[in-house]
Design a protein around this ligand. Sequence first.
Ligand code: C2E
Ligand code: CA
Ligand code: CA
Length: 279
Amino acid sequence: AKAKGKNNYQFFSDDMSLIVSRKIALENELRRALTNKEFLLHYQPQFNAHTGEITGMEALVRWQITDGEIISPANFIPLAEETRLILPLGEWVLNTACEQVKIWHDAGHSHLKLAVNLSPLQFLDDDLLDMVGRALDQTGFPASSLELEITENVAVDDIDLALLRMQALKELGVNLAIDDFGTGYCSLSYLKKFPLTNLKIAQSFVRDMAINPHDEALVEAMVLIGHKLNMSVIAEGVETEEQLALLKELGCDEIQGYLFSKPLTTDHFSQLLSKEFAT
Ligand code: C2E
Ligand code: CA
Ligand code: CA
């Protein structure tokens, strides 16, 4: 029995070391990719639900590995968080997005808002305010056009710290959105204290709302909560006309999803803008 136990241990340990060494390899890849500038941004347009006009966009990071293949963020953001590489990566994302959208502003589309995702680690990092301030200074992008997306979970460990961070960001003049609303762990009593300007209804509720009356009821309630708390409400993951019609009926302000557009490369987004505003 002892021998068997030892073997089991041995097996387990080999397995673990394999996982660990794979992780280290991937971590080194990430580090190298940052130095080699292998990341790029796609921009998914957001629309006014009632007029159909483009109101802005969400910047979404991609990893372009050398042979042209593109890796989606779901496959590297978690490791980037774990290794804290999300800090330099996130700074690159913010700088690059502000720089690009400034170009669109200067080309005559100055009404466009830019939404950028902040991971919990970034949000709680001591350098956050300086980092955001630097990005705005260096690019000349107006703070009032920037919207930082955070998730409810940033507030789980330390509500007071989260509140202070949000207030400081507001003082910089940037807007704050709560992303994936309804999927996290934030109670409504805290939500009302946070200086949020935008509420993003999570994709999972939107997906099922046309087939499940419970999801429709929840979306309706989320729109009401958002509006009562003076937030603009956006639904993401809108894929069908049916979902769009329901969301408009429920008073949702903005829409983002494949029904209108997938996330676009910089060039394709420029083309969309020139088509949209051609007279
Ligand atoms: P998210 O912030 O919830 O972003 C929305 C995701 O939904 C994007 O996936 C987008 O491509 C996808 N999406 C948009 N419309 C539709 C639709 O109609 N149907 C469906 N099925 N999906 C839709 P993506 O780009 O793969 O990003 C996944 C997640 O990775 C993001 O979820 C976000 O949490 C994270 N992420 C992306 N870029 C960044 C970044 O720069 N920083 C950080 N910290 N996280 C990021
Ligand atoms: Ca987001
Ligand atoms: Ca989201």
